[in-house]
Write a protein that binds this ligand. Structure first.
Ligand SMILES: Nc1nc2c(ncn2[C@@H]2O[C@H](COP(=O)(O)OP(=O)(O)OP(=O)(O)O)[C@@H](O)[C@H]2O)c(=O)[nH]1
Length: 369
């Protein structure tokens, strides 16, 4: 009997109401990549359609939880996950390879991610593998126009799945939607629900693959795509006027060549979270620490919650230095860049140095905005 490997990967499946999450999940559950998976479905309202569909689709699935995830169920999701660990440890469940949480369509995904990453006991047992966001190929554009939650769902995704492409008769509209999603989230691979959204393509989005013991930093950070996006943002060829929420979301990379003292990174992350934590939708990064430069420090977080920083045993490729990818909503990029420059002592005309920031963090313009 294969033992359960901790921490157990958790995939969060999100997407707006009716986007096709359950349909996708039902298809995925027939994929061998999802054997020994527990599915947690968050139902909104009292008709348990999702639950029936899922039970039909696969045996041995544990189905729990109801109510709205973004408010009252936050506590319950934690209880549900804790209960799973308990059942594993007491042998009531033989093994558990992964968990998929389907959020309600209205939920902001951040609280779900926070409840996993922010809970001191759960964080030992689970790791966030990735966020999969389903976007309706027909109604996706209108949903992004109307609901900032939908924009956030797309922005924090590690994988975007376009659903109902078979119903999309407007080819130009579909390619505009793709371009728009690419703009909101430059790094997540975009897959077609009916064609290439397989278990293998959607799962194992994390940095470190325990099976192969390798880490693919570049694709985890989505770095090249982020750089490309950054240039595009500053180009003058783009017309945003009818996408009112899209411009609020930004994805950018902070880079520092050479090692950084642990205390500087700690201070940067503390200041960032305490001043603008709720605007930080997602952060991922790899850091060359001055005290131990051969073992990169890996950080990732959702809003104010940081996953406990972990060390990789070695640098997986030629990449060195510090790369932090931030996905933000309404956050002053300039402030973040200045703060980062200050703590890493990168000279700049009007930015105080690290000593000055330690003395008075308010010295950075934008600190209180
Ligand atoms: N033609 C077509 N229909 C789809 C596809 N995906 C989903 N649907 C249909 O769209 C409707 C909504 O799909 P669901 O999977 O229930 O969507 P959901 O995101 O789980 O919905 P909520 O749980 O209500 O937020 C259903 O009638 C599905 O049959 C698709 O790829 N093609």
């Amino acid at each position: 009997m294969a033992a359960t490997l901790y921490p157990i990967p958790v995939s969060v499946l999100t997407g707006f109401l009716g986007a096709g999450k359950t349909t996708l999940l039902n298809r995925l559950l027939r994929d061998p990549a999802l054997s020994d998976t527990a599915v947690i479905i968050n139902e909104f309202g009292d008709v348990a359609i999702d639950h029936l569909l899922v039970e039909k689709a696969s045996d041995g699935i544990i189905e729990l939880s109801d109510g709205c995830l973004c408010c009252t169920v936050r506590g319950e999701l934690v209880d549900t996950l804790a209960d799973l660990v308990d059942r594993l440890q007491t042998g009531k469940i033989e093994r558990l390879k992964r968990i998929v949480i389907e959020t309600t369509g209205l939920a902001d995904p951040a609280p779900v991610l926070q409840s996993i990453m922010g809970h001191p006991a759960l964080v030992q047992a689970f790791r966030l593998d990735g966020v999969i966001t389903a976007v309706d190929a027909v109604n996706g554009g209108a949903t992004l126009d109307a609901h900032v939650e939908a924009v956030k769902q797309a922005a924090v995704a590690d994988r975007i799945v376009l659903t109902k492409a078979d119903l999309a008769t407007d080819a130009a509209g579909l390619s505009a939607l793709r371009a728009r999603l690419r703009q909101i989230n430059p790094s997540a691979p975009m897959l077609d629900a009916g064609r290439d959204a397989t278990g293998a393509a959607l799962l194992e989005c994390g940095l470190y693959d325990p099976a192969t013991k390798t880490a693919d930093v570049r694709s985890w950070l989505g770095e090249e795509a982020t750089h490309a996006e950054h240039r595009h943002h500053h180009g003058d060829d783009h017309d945003h006027h009818d996408h009112r929420h899209d411009d609020r979301v930004k994805s950018f990379t902070l880079v520092h060549e050479g090692p950084v003292p642990y205390s500087a990174i700690e201070m940067f992350l503390d200041l960032l979270r305490s001043t603008h934590g709720e605007k930080l939708l997602r952060m991922k990064g790899i850091i060359e620490i001055a005290e131990d430069p051969s073992r990169p420090l890996v950080v990732h977080g959702v809003q104010k919650i940081l996953h406990p920083p972990a060390r990789l045993p070695a640098w997986p490729d030629q990449l060195r230095g510090t790369r932090l990818v931030l996905i933000t909503l309404d956050m002053p990029e300039d402030y973040i860049r200045r703060l980062f420059a200050a703590v890493t002592n990168q000279p700049s005309v009007d930015t105080p140095d690290r000593a000055a920031v330690v003395e008075n963090p308010l010295a950075i313009a934008g600190m209180r905005s």
